[in-house]
Design a protein around this ligand. Structure first.
Ligand SMILES: [Fe+2]
Length: 236
């Protein structure tokens, strides 16, 4: 490939990505850029990236409920979806990583001192690769809401953090998946960093009968688009 054959990713539509400086999200006041951003051309370094080998993950389902001797407490969920690129092509064999709080709203991390119980049987972390159809699937526990001191009585809506590598370093997406009908969403400054209503909706998973397993777990579908007009908003 020579430089003339490289076409960069399309730029995001206005309002579909979070504002870097959103005063209601208090930590963005210190880290949001105060000067206009400088646009750089996308070169080979940006539109290509690491490849992942399927042998890393023998199972097609990443099971966060079977990482310890016992079962974690909480409501079992099956989260699955497809990863697509900005031209609606499947993204196969790409690394999808998740991390989340336990059912009580507590992370297994020293910085999380929320007064809620840890679960010895739940790390909250998992990773898998998309299959030949660009699909991924996790079995997990529905995360609880947790307080985060952004403002008086601030609670994060239940969410699962996602990182997806995609085909290039600039297609890597770090985002958060929410649950339908969560009453905390309208009050969450992180969710509200995004101006475009349709883009916000793309962060909310859909209840999924197809993957709901009788007598076992509820299904939620979360499709992810890397870069482009319909892209899933990036976490800032
Ligand atoms: Fe979180």
């Amino acid at each position: 490939m020579n430089a003339r054959e490289i076409s960069g990713y399309r730029r995001a539509e206005a309002g579909t990505q979070p504002r870097a400086l959103h005063p209601a999200y208090v930590s963005s006041r210190k880290r949001g850029p105060l000067q206009p951003l400088v646009r750089l051309a996308h070169t080979l370094s940006e539109v290509t990236g690491p490849r992942f080998v399927q042998t890393l993950h023998a199972s097609s389902v990443c099971d966060l409920t079977r990482q310890a001797a016992g079962e974690p407490l909480g409501e079992r969920i099956i989260v699955s979806g497809r990863v697509l690129d900005e031209d609606n092509r499947l993204v196969r064999g790409t690394l999808v990583e998740v991390w989340q709080a336990n059912a009580a709203g507590r992370y297994l991390h020293k910085n999380d001192q929320h007064d809620a119980p840890l679960d010895a049987n739940f790390s909250g972390c998992g990773r898998t690769l998309t299959d030949a159809d660009g699909r991924y699937k996790f079995l997990s526990i529905k995360p609880g809401a947790y307080p985060w001191k952004n403002h008086h009585n601030a609670w994060r809506p239940a969410h699962i953090h996602f990182s997806i590598f995609g085909d290039g370093l600039l297609s890597r997406l770090v985002t958060q998946m929410y649950f339908p009908g969560d009453p905390l969403l309208p009050f969450d400054p992180i969710y509200n960093c995004i101006a475009d209503e349709q883009a916000k909706q793309r962060l909310i998973s859909a209840f999924d009968w197809e993957h709901t397993s009788p007598e076992f777990a509820l299904g939620f579908r979360f499709d992810i688009v890397l870069r482009g007009r319909e892209a899933t908003p990036m976490e800032k």
